[in-house]
Design a protein around this ligand. Structure first.
Ligand code: PHE
Length: 488
């Protein structure tokens, strides 16, 4: 419709001076006209010149009054023609802002007498404000005073309006010709390709978005972290077993068998196979001893350690289970210092909410060498986290059954303007290391954190269910940018 109107008009007229007026007088939406202009211009049916002008448009408040009437008229109409109404009663009939504006404008216009009681001073009023707003909405001109009054009440704002003036172009025709888009075999056989007019290539047209694989944010951040560990000279530990025995997950870590984390509320135990088949027997014996009666300068926990409890299979609750296996293996050979890391999935029987899932990924690093101190741990943590863009760190004393001392790690988050907890760390206890057979002066410093937390901060995701699990929006995965590490 817009296309016929434009081409038809230009057949008998020099120009269309203003696409806005042209659209308005024919009752066509200007946006439709603009689209047609762009297309006709592309095929050079018409020449188009930009025109811009300042136009007044209604604010939301202005739009509201075109429907409901101005507040002063609404208020006036609520005052009875004879007698009066109490101000309190009147107030109850309106939104606070309508009431306030209504009172002040109706008072200013000398329409009503305002006191404890409100009464009319005139019997008839006109809603000039509403009329002016309606005229602006229709694109009609109104005088300067009207504009100023509406502008002062923030009922209208000025906006740049863009349109076109149009003339015939070099390819002008009163009707658009059908152009061929493909050269077919039939065209060639019939020979009609000689007469056919072909559509020109549009080199500005966007092509189909290329389909390709996309990396999940967790994978990207995991890769970045892995690179950091590798740059720092760490080796990756094998984490390819989600199922672990309680022994390696808890007992080897000097976590007593009554510890609440070993409850089925916090841990997923396996029904089948419910128990492990093999454990290194002599080491199991030393672990039993250290739990029951201590040794290596420790008093132990003084309870009766049960093998059945240690045999129970579970989904590992932390990757520290992997660390304990690796340290045990290390202890069976002549000692050599090691730096190990792992990043993999762990499972906890937790209530699911915005920040918790029953499974997540843990990042763990450890350094094993003679004579390491807490100072070494703090130094390594500064090195590690500053590579993640977190250079302001603070530590808080904490408790883990397998580390002493233990420290929670906090980082200052510039965006949030506060300290946020980012991980947990400590020095593995002698009760854990010595039964394995590690030399007495060997110390192990270690830390752990979740992969989800930094990923959510980096990608601005505030609900973990949007990041992981069956509710993830695949578009988010496709759209998210290539990861840049640097949390602050
Ligand atoms: N395993 C700890 C956790 O689950 C993290 C940790 C690892 C703490 C190593 C200290 C040392 O939170």
């Amino acid at each position: 419709m817009a296309e016929e109107a434009i081409l038809g008009y230009l057949e008998n007229h020099e120009e269309i001076a203003d696409s806005g007026e042209f659209a308005a007088t024919r009752g066509i939406d200007h946006n439709d006209v603009v689209n047609v202009i762009k297309s006709l211009h592309g095929f050079r049916y018409i020449e188009a010149q930009d025109i811009k002008r300042e136009a007044w448009v209604l604010t939301d408040e202005g739009k509201k009054y075109t429907a409901e009437g101005s507040p002063e008229v609404q208020l006036f109409l609520a005052v009875p023609p004879e007698g009066s109404i109490s101000k309190d009663e009147l107030q109850k009939m309106f939104d606070p802002s309508v009431f306030k504006i209504g009172c002040s404008q109706a008072g200013k216009n000398k329409w009503v007498e305002m006191g404890k009681q409100v009464s009319r001073k005139v019997q008839h009023v006109e809603d000039k404000v509403k009329d002016l707003l309606l005229r602006i909405q229709d694109g009609q001109a109104i005088d300067k005073d009207g504009i100023n009054a509406l502008k002062a009440r923030k009922l209208i704002v000025s906006q740049t309006w863009k349109g076109y003036s149009l003339r015939k172009g070099p390819n002008y025709a009163p009707k658009r010709k059908k152009v061929a888009t493909d050269l077919t075999r039939e065209n060639l056989q019939r020979g009609d390709w000689k007469e056919l007019e072909f559509k020109e290539y549009n080199f500005n047209a966007k092509g189909q978005p290329a389909e390709a694989g996309h990396l999940h944010p967790l994978l990207k951040v995991r890769k970045q972290l892995k690179d950091i560990f590798l740059q720092m000279g760490f080796e990756e530990m094998p984490t390819n077993n989600f199922v672990e025995s309680s022994f390696w997950n808890f007992d080897a870590l000097f976590q007593p068998q009554q510890h609440p984390a070993r409850d089925s509320h916090d841990t997923f135990f396996l029904k089948a196979p419910s128990t492990t088949r093999t454990l290194p027997e002599d080491y199991v014996e030393r672990v039993k001893c250290v739990h029951e009666s201590g040794g290596y300068g420790s008093r132990g926990y003084g309870y009766e350690w049960k093998r059945e409890e240690a045999n129970k299979n579970l989904l590992r609750t932390h990757t520290t289970a992997v660390s304990s296996r690796m340290l045990y293996v290390l202890a069976q050979k002549p000692f050599a210092p090691k730096k190990y890391f792992s990043i993999d999935r762990v499972f906890r029987n937790e209530a699911v909410d915005r920040t918790h899932l029953a499974e997540f990924h843990q990042i763990e690093g450890l350094v094993c060498d003679r004579g390491l101190t807490l100072g070494d741990l703090i130094g390594v943590l500064h090195d590690f986290f500053s590579r993640l863009g977190m250079s302001k760190l603070r530590f808080k004393p904490a408790y883990n059954p397998y580390t002493e001392p233990s420290m929670e790690i906090f980082s200052y988050h510039e965006g949030l303007g506060k300290w946020v907890e980012i991980g947990n760390s400590g020095m593995f206890r002698p009760e854990m290391l010595l039964p394995m057979g590690l030399p007495e002066d060997v110390r192990v410093i270690a830390w752990g954190l979740s992969l989800e937390r930094p990923t959510m901060i980096l990608y601005g995701i505030d609900n973990i269910r949007d990041l992981f699990g069956h509710k993830v929006d695949l578009d988010l995965i496709k759209r998210n940018p290539v990861c840049r590490i640097g949390i602050n």
